[in-house]
Write a protein that binds this ligand. Structure first.
Ligand code: SF4
Length: 236
């Protein structure tokens, strides 16, 4: 950080900046930077972000969406969660449809998109090879999610977790951040709803192409979970 740069006025942007500088996982650092160097032909004129992708959305969000990890040519290219890939196309369209996003598309970090009391994050902040972080990488990244949850805790009332990986990673983070998670930990399922103290946790199939192309997750299924979660969060 440049000494002349003004300090961030709130803790969450400061956390985001620290996340973006993290190099704790050697395999992921190497992969994200190699992808940023070699690029995909369609994005040859882009300067890839090539760093950890921090959460996106306001610091007083009432609803949190938890994914898995950035895509190599999506978030790792644009620097914003779910931005610039097919999964994001599905997610942001649904958020717009239910009134939680200002526009239905998310193509670059400076495209003007704003989320309405919603924040999007992931338990692993660097793009992993084959979209598969190791358990060790997931555990190494967890403190970032715990810190983010602690900062959001005063306003956060609902969370939608996309997919079983995110579910398994997020539940211990919610515990560490101060919520009471039932034991044994509830299993992931699409449509699962688990009341924690003061927060409702929802399970939803991930917006991956594998799920959306096959119809396992339809736009209406996604909108339904988001609508229910938004209501639980006191939105809409
Ligand atoms: S995955 Fe998380 S802990 Fe690992 S380098 Fe990226 S930001 Fe750091």
């Amino acid at each position: 950080m440049d000494a002349d740069e003004p300090l961030d006025p709130t803790p969450l942007p400061a956390l985001d900046r620290r996340v973006a500088g993290c190099r704790a996982c050697p395999r992921l650092v190497e992969w994200r930077e190699e992808v940023a160097r070699t690029k995909r032909a369609a994005f040859a004129d882009w300067t890839y972000w090539g760093r950890p992708v921090p959460g996106f959305g306001p610091p007083d969000a009432r609803l949190l969406i938890v994914g898995l990890a950035p895509a190599a040519h999506g978030g790792n290219r644009t620097g914003r969660m779910f931005t610039g890939d097919r999964s994001g196309d599905v997610l942001y369209q649904a958020l717009y449809d239910v009134g939680l996003a200002s526009q239905p598309t998310s193509v670059s970090a400076d495209d003007g998109l704003a989320l309405h009391s919603v924040r999007i994050t992931s338990p692993v902040h660097c793009a992993p090879p084959a979209n598969k972080p190791t358990p060790r990488e997931r555990d190494t990244c967890r403190p970032w999610l715990v810190q983010e949850l602690r900062l959001l805790r005063p306003t956060l009332r609902a969370a939608v977790v996309l997919g079983a990986f995110g579910w398994q990673a997020a539940l211990p983070a919610f515990t560490e951040a101060g919520w009471t998670v039932p034991r044994p930990r509830p299993a992931f399922a699409h449509g699962a709803r688990v009341p924690l103290d003061g927060l409702d946790l929802f399970g939803c199939f991930h917006v991956s192409q594998r799920n959306t192309f096959t119809g396992r997750l339809t736009p209406e299924m996604l909108r339904e979970v988001l609508r229910t979660a938004a209501t639980a969060a006191g939105l809409g």
